[in-house]
Write a protein that binds this ligand. Structure first.
Ligand code: LLP
Length: 418
């Protein structure tokens, strides 16, 4: 069942025509389908029903409060990487006992807030961080539950910017060295070792890298158990990919079956930190055609959304499908879909075959629910777009479009310059 579908020649989100959303909130605008968000979470969670597990939605992928609230209500935990994400998760009603805190550079203040909130565990990325966590926990009389994020050195075969499990990566502690750090952690009075964590990369479209990583994690857990560490959690991170174009990623069930198999005989709770696979295809960016422009070599469609709204094509050269909201029988042409930002990298599509569209027509940039709004910026002093959550035949504005005044809030002209 797809919740973004053409009906009578018009693209709908659930029961709402996208045209109606554009009329009410303007463009560009992010649109999410509540039914899709919930179904993706549920399918993912149920895939692991055979074993004790906890799904911690990765807040970085989409941190809108209404989206987080949806998952919290359905029982999800959260993977956070900053004090800001902790703040959002708590505001959305998250259960702190289901929050894991990842990230290479946690500050003492962030650690303190997370300890005070009572999170499930810290995924620690360096010996220095371990010392800081121990010190902060000591100050407030707490015992910090930790896992070490180990780097299993497997190649996820994804884009280099989003592959994180290789030896040369800044992430994690090399698995062979981690045993020493585990022993050190055990000496620390305000730290309790509870797990092993890894995250090998994002947008993985095959299962074997996950299985390879788990095999190495498994060896480590066996060694730790032999040394009487009480390892209760294995956190396999996120990373399961989605279809943007013609990728054929494994279904959550396939991925789950492989992991469940790899965990056999280990008495642990599996933690997962999915982001993209839950929200990616539950959202789109609605944008309007402003102008046509041709050179001898290219035909450009200039739209009102830009790289500041959705940066993935500019940053990773990634493919995002584009659908005209109004389906026509018009012939197609090869175009570049570009935004208004003053950068050559400001494009949504290059050399893409699209039906001929006119000024004022709406386009939907698909698969924009993950790493979309969260990576938006105000470059070129462009207000960030609104976010809309569709629920059946109704929709809610879950974040307003920024106003120009929002963009200069906090800026001051010094008296000397007045
Ligand atoms: N856990 C950790 C520790 C992570 O670093 C990430 C993503 C996730 C979980 C969630 O991964 P997912 O399930 O979404 O693949 N901006 C890039 C993706 C960056 C991913 C960063 N880490 C993009 O737009 O493709």
């Amino acid at each position: 069942m797809h919740y973004f579908q053409h009906r009578d020649g018009e693209l709908f989100a659930e029961g709402v025509p996208l045209r109606a959303i554009a009329e009410r909130v303007g463009t560009p605008c992010y649109v999410y389908s509540l039914a899709t968000l919930r179904r993706h979470y549920q399918v993912f969670d149920e895939a692991f029903e055979a074993i004790p597990h906890l799904v911690c939605f990765s807040v970085k992928a989409n941190s809108n409060l209404a989206v987080l609230r949806t998952f919290a209500r359905d029982g999800s935990g959260f993977d956070i990487v900053s004090g800001g994400e902790l703040f959002r998760a708590m505001k959305a009603g998250a259960d702190p006992a289901k929050i894991v805190f990842s990230g290479v550079g946690k500050s003492a203040a962030e650690i303190r807030n997370a300890l005070t909130a009572g999170i499930l565990m810290f995924n620690v990325e360096s010996p220095g961080e371990l010392e800081t966590i121990n010190a902060v926990a000591g100050e407030i009389g707490a015992k910090a539950p930790v896992a070490l994020r180990v780097n299993p050195d497997v190649d996820p075969k994804t884009h280099p910017y989003i592959s994180t499990g290789l030896k040369k990566s800044k992430f994690g502690i090399h698995i062979q060295r981690s045993l020493d750090d585990y022993r050190r952690a055990r000496q620390l009075p305000h730290v309790e070792v509870v797990g092993v964590d890894c995250h090998i990369g994002s947008q993985l479209t095959t299962v074997p890298p996950f299985v390879d990583a788990l095999e190495r994690i498994r060896d480590l857990v066996m060694r730790l158990k032999a040394e009487d560490f009480n390892i209760r959690y294995i956190d396999m991170g996120g990373g399961l990919g989605i279809t943007y174009n013609d990728e054929k990623p494994p279904a959550p069930r396939q991925y789950a079956t492989a992991l469940v198999e790899g965990l056999r005989g280990l008495d642990v709770t599996l933690i997962l930190e999915p982001g993209r696979v839950i929200v990616g295809n539950a959202g789109l960016l609605l944008t309007k055609v402003l102008y046509h422009k041709s050179t001898d070599e290219k035909h450009f469609i200039v739209v009102d959304g830009g790289m500041n709204d959705l940066i993935r094509p500019a940053l990773y050269g990634s493919y995002q499908a584009i659908q005209p909201v109004r389906r026509t029988n018009a012939s197609t042409m090869i175009v570049d879909v570009v935004g208004p930002v003053c950068e050559s990298g400001d494009f949504f599509a290059k050399d893409r075959e699209l039906p001929v569209v006119e000024s004022g027509d709406l386009l939907a940039v698909m698969s924009a629910g993950a790493y979309g709004f969260v990576m938006a910026s105000n470059y070129n002093t462009r207000p960030r777009p609104p976010e809309v959550l569709v629920d059946g035949a109704t929709f809610h504005i879950v974040r307003e479009r920024e106003a120009l005044e929002d963009l200069v809030r906090g800026e001051r002209i010094p008296p000397e310059l007045r």
